[in-house]
Design a protein around this ligand. Sequence first.
Ligand code: DX5
Ligand code: ZN
Length: 215
Amino acid sequence: MMQIAPSILAADFLHLEKDIQLVNRCGDVIHLDVMDGTLVPNISFGFSVIDQVAKIATAPMDVHLMVVHPERWFEKIAKDGARMCSFHWEAAGRNTSRFIKQIQDLGMKAGVVINPDVPVSKLYPYIGKADYFLIMSVFAGFGGQKFIYESIDRVAALRAEIARRGAQALIEIDGGINLGNARAVEEAGVGLAVAGSSVFGAEDPAAAISALRGA
Ligand code: DX5
Ligand code: ZN
């Protein structure tokens, strides 16, 4: 069954504790989007929020860094107790293998992320190194965007390449995930789906999570 990572970006920031507890109870992973306004055209939140979330999080935290120089923050994120930490290949380039190792040495699972306009083959050199790959199914920067359908083929291609090499890696997807595409992305090979608006915009977020999971 596909796991679901509700994205806090779509949560109610005036009542954040309520939404974190909901994810603790009903979700699999807490997805935290950090944006710097440079790598992506938006600013979200930073450690003033993550430090607080960490105090009450019982579900594992997955920090998605949409920032230039992501390596500046790995240590702090590990100290906050995050289980997963991902950075964009677009921000890391030739440092990608080094960043993966730094994250793993800090005791976290390391993920490499690509936007929809980056060929999926750019991830292939990191198969066997990264613990997970995050395929953006919208351009990183905003919640509530429309799912880009070609992302399904990108997931399938990545899954096939991982299998061809006899390697193992989790595939995560992020952006526009809803009941209309959840089964298709799962069949293509996604093990962990991020969902913001389709969870926190739903009348019953707990039911939305189970429906997305396919329970
Ligand atoms: C977008 C973020 C996503 C976002 C997803 O840049 O990385 O995690 O919160 O939101 P939805 O599910 O609404 O597309
Ligand atoms: Zn994200």
